[in-house]
Design a protein. Structure first.
Length: 284
């Protein structure tokens, strides 16, 4: 089976054409190609599938074999994959995810997508949609005590649950200790949640560390960057156009007033392409 390893701001994903080849048990396949099993250094497995609602459908699986809803960096890199591999010659591409239809604009040079802008839609704070167990219509700056710290947490979603807590300094923060506990607060987040710890440097610059549910701390997360900006805007901490620094690099985020949608812009790179023998994995 052929796969492509691609990188988007530190995230390493394995992309697989699920249109032209039959795949074995997807949960086991996702485990097999993760760091722990095949050592290809993947933060997740992304399948490019046919869609009757958009140009393509994306399915994303965590290294533990669970299926996720949507990841901003992965969505952008799907655009690069389908263009660079000649699945389409369009520079405006729609991608179906469990979090809804996402819209990509590709900037191409010499037949290769070199920069991708993704419109991932409007952020959702409605706790009945996210879902968060609370009687409130919105989950913004809610105090949540974890061990010795009370975090003011805001829940944000684009189909996949995220939350953000603003702290003074992310550089030496114990993301594993607190991120894991917040992820598993199923009394608040029944489906568990991704956790963004954010530090506001100034009105146009934020630093984050991201805890990804089912995976652990991740190098980069496009949706996590958008989560920090959305929460920062609604709580008066930052403007609508912000550079967000994560371990994997800086992503440009804009929450436009005219349409209410979040836009992320940044490069994605193909790291390598190879084949793996998956004959040991049973087919469904």
């Amino acid at each position: 089976m052929r796969f492509t390893k691609m990188q988007a701001y530190g995230n390493d994903y394995v992309y697989i054409d699920a249109i032209n080849q039959k795949l074995p048990n997807l949960s086991e396949l996702a485990k097999y190609i993760s760091d722990r099993h095949f050592a290809v250094g993947s933060d997740g497995m992304v399948l490019i599938c046919p869609s009757d609602k958009a140009d393509f459908r994306m399915r994303i699986f965590n290294p533990d074999g669970t299926e996720g809803e949507m990841c901003g960096n992965a969505v952008r890199s799907v655009g690069k994959y389908v263009y660079d591999h000649r699945f389409t010659d369009k520079t405006n591409v729609t991608i179906e995810t469990l979090g809804g239809i996402k819209y990509l604009e590709l900037f191409c040079e010499n037949g290769i997508a070199v920069n991708i802008k993704a419109n991932i839609g409007a952020p959702v704070f409605d706790t009945k949609i996210i879902p968060v167990v609370t009687g409130l219509n919105e989950f913004i700056e809610q105090p949540v005590k974890v061990d010795d710290i009370t975090f003011n947490i805001t829940a944000v979603s684009w189909g996949n649950p995220h939350c953000v807590a603003f702290i003074d300094d992310v550089s030496s923060f114990d993301v594993h200790r607190y991120g894991r506990q917040i992820e598993y607060m199923t009394s608040l987040f029944p489906n568990r949640t991704n956790v963004t710890f954010a530090q506001v440097v100034n009105d146009g610059y934020i630093k984050i560390r991201e805890w990804e549910r089912g995976t652990g701390e991740t190098i980069g997360c496009g949706t996590g960057c958008c989560t920090a900006v959305a929460a920062g805007v609604v709580t008066g901490r930052c403007g609508r156009h912000v550079k967000v620094e994560q371990i994997g690099g800086i992503l440009d985020i804009e929450w436009k007033e005219n349409d209410g949608n979040m836009y992320m812009t940044g490069v994605s790179n193909t790291v390598f392409e190879a084949e793996i023998d998956v004959s040991s994995i049973p087919y469904d």
